[in-house]
Ligand binder design. Sequence first.
Ligand code: MD3
Ligand code: FE
Length: 217
Amino acid sequence: MDDLFAPVRPRTVLAEGAIWLPGFVPSEAQTLHQVIADVSARAPFRHFRTRMGPMSAAMTSCGACGWIADPSGYRYSRTDPQTSQPWPAMPDALRHLAVRAAAEAGYEGFDPSSCLINRYGPGAKMGLHQDRDEGRPEAPVVSVSLGVPARFSFGGSLRSDPKRIIDLLDGDVVVWGGPSRFAWHGVSSIRETFHQQTGAMRYNLTFRAINAALFRP
Ligand code: MD3
Ligand code: FE
C-alpha cells in the first residue's frame, strides 16, 4: 500500500540537461541486487589506489570496458586489471534500464558501453570531480542509486560554481547530459544507516558511452 504521508518527489530538472527521476527503479527490483552479486562474483569489488591514496568507494564494472584507476591516472580498460579477464558482459536488464531512463529524460538512442558499480560503506565518499575520461561528450551519463541514501552535490562546469545538494534515495535515477555533462559533482560521507536490501551499503550504477579509441587493453 502507498504511504499517504510519504513526501511526493516529482521528477525534477536539476539543471539544463540534468533530469532527476525519483524512484524510477521499483524498490522490489531484486534483479539489480542479483546482477550486482553476479558481476562482483566474477569481477570483485576493489578500492583503486590513486595518487591521492585508496578510494573509499569500492568499484567494479560490467560491459565492453570498465573504469580503472592507478597512480598513473584514470582510464577505461577492456579487461579487469585484477583478473586480466574481460569485464563481465552488461546484463540486458541493466542495459534496458539505462536506455529507458535516458529516453525518459529525452536522450534517445543511448548505447552504454560500460556500467561502473560503486559500493559505499558508512563513511565512504567521493570528492568533487568531473567525468571526462569518456570521449563522447554528446552521450549522457545515467546514474542509479540503490540502498542507503547519499547526499550528492553538483555545480556547474567550473569547480568554483555554486553547488546544489540533493539526497539520492534507493531507486533514484539521474540522467546528466547536454550542458550538464561536465558538471562538477561529488558524494558526501555516507551516514551509518540500514536498508532492507543492502544493509549498511549504498550502490551506484553509472552507465556511460565510451569512445572505443580511448580503451586500453
Ligand atoms: C554529473 N559517482 O562514478 S553518480 C562517478 O554516486 C560518480 O557513485 C557518483 O560520480 C556516485 O563518477 C555519482 C552521479 C553522476 C555521475 C556522472 C555525472 C553525476 C554526474 C556526470 C556529469 C555530471
Ligand atoms: Fe562522477
